[in-house]
Design a protein around this ligand. Structure first.
Ligand SMILES: [Zn+2]
Ligand SMILES: [Zn+2]
Length: 272
């Protein structure tokens, strides 16, 4: 069983065929999906989807792209949403100094607030860091995020940064980019501890080969798992077992959680 630790099922892209998308994932062996929110409405919708499907969990947070004009009480709103039992993490939050859709000072401020919220709630973090790996590690270190841990999703940094993240209780998310012909991620995964890696699609973004140019979806996660197995020279079964167990322990779900989300019985209550 695979776990897609990062799928934006709440996005409009899945509005028309959400049931089928979840069904295809389950049929492909992706038994659990985590849907991170990117702002207040998105986090609310992620929770609503998690209520619909046993095998979908949510995270609640404000993305770095969305912090520019969020209201002062936005963290309180996220805190309320995050109390829901199917919210397993705070996020997606973090820093994006590549696109810089919001001023850096504001990004840092709202990221720090969300790390503190995660500590208050005792839930791990789902962190986005692009072009800001050092700054991200610095905030996590200063705020003592090792008390909750989390995932640095779609990690683009170096192996030594992944190791520092691991010491802080963070794992790295690996997705479709691993399958791209000129990707440096295969070297990267070969040089980090397999126990510090979780799998993700980041759907609807970053579809793996041979689906580039299309909408990504959780059912394509096995293509990433296959590439990871090749890159680290491990049997595919081991990659499934290790990455899923890492995600289960981090997010306290599946076998490591209080309520076991059994994949075959995870049904979509709506029809069509
Ligand atoms: Zn992201
Ligand atoms: Zn994301």
């Amino acid at each position: 069983m695979l776990i897609d630790t990062h799928a934006h099922l709440d996005f409009e892209d899945f509005e028309k065929d959400l049931d089928e998308t979840v069904r295809r994932a389950i049929d492909a062996g992706v038994g659990i999906m985590i849907n991170p929110g990117i702002n207040v409405p998105s986090s609310r919708k992620a929770v609503a989807i998690a209520e619909l499907f046993d095998c979908v969990y949510a995270a609640a947070g404000i993305h770095a792209h969305d912090v520019a004009d969020c209201s002062p009480d936005v963290i309180d709103e996220i805190a309320r949403i995050a109390e829901h039992p199917k919210v397993v993490a705070v996020g997606e939050c973090g820093l994006d100094f590549f696109r810089n859709y919001a001023p850096r000072a504001r990004q840092l401020e709202v990221f720090r607030d969300q790390v503190r919220l995660a500590l208050r709630l005792g839930k791990p973090l789902v962190v986005h860091s692009r072009g800001a790996e050092e700054e991200t590690l610095q905030v996590l270190t200063e705020e003592r995020a090792e008390l909750v841990g989390g995932v640095l999703h779609c990690f683009g940094g170096a192996p030594d940064q992944a190791l520092r993240a691991q010491i802080l209780g963070f794992v790295v998310g690996v997705g479709g980019t691993l399958t791209y012909p000129r990707s440096d991620r295969r070297d990267f995964v070969a040089n980090v501890d397999i126990h510090s890696i979780v799998l993700e699609t980041d759907a609807p973004f970053l579809p793996p080969e041979p689906h580039r140019g299309k909408r990504n979806e959780p059912a394509w996660l096995p293509l990433v798992a296959q590439k990871l197995a090749e890159a680290v020279s491990l049997p595919l079964d081991d990659v499934h077992r290790i990455t899923s167990s890492t995600a289960e322990v981090l997010f306290r779900i599946g076998r490591a959680g209080s309520s076991h989300a059994s994949c075959p019985s995870a049904t979509a209550p709506r029809s069509g």
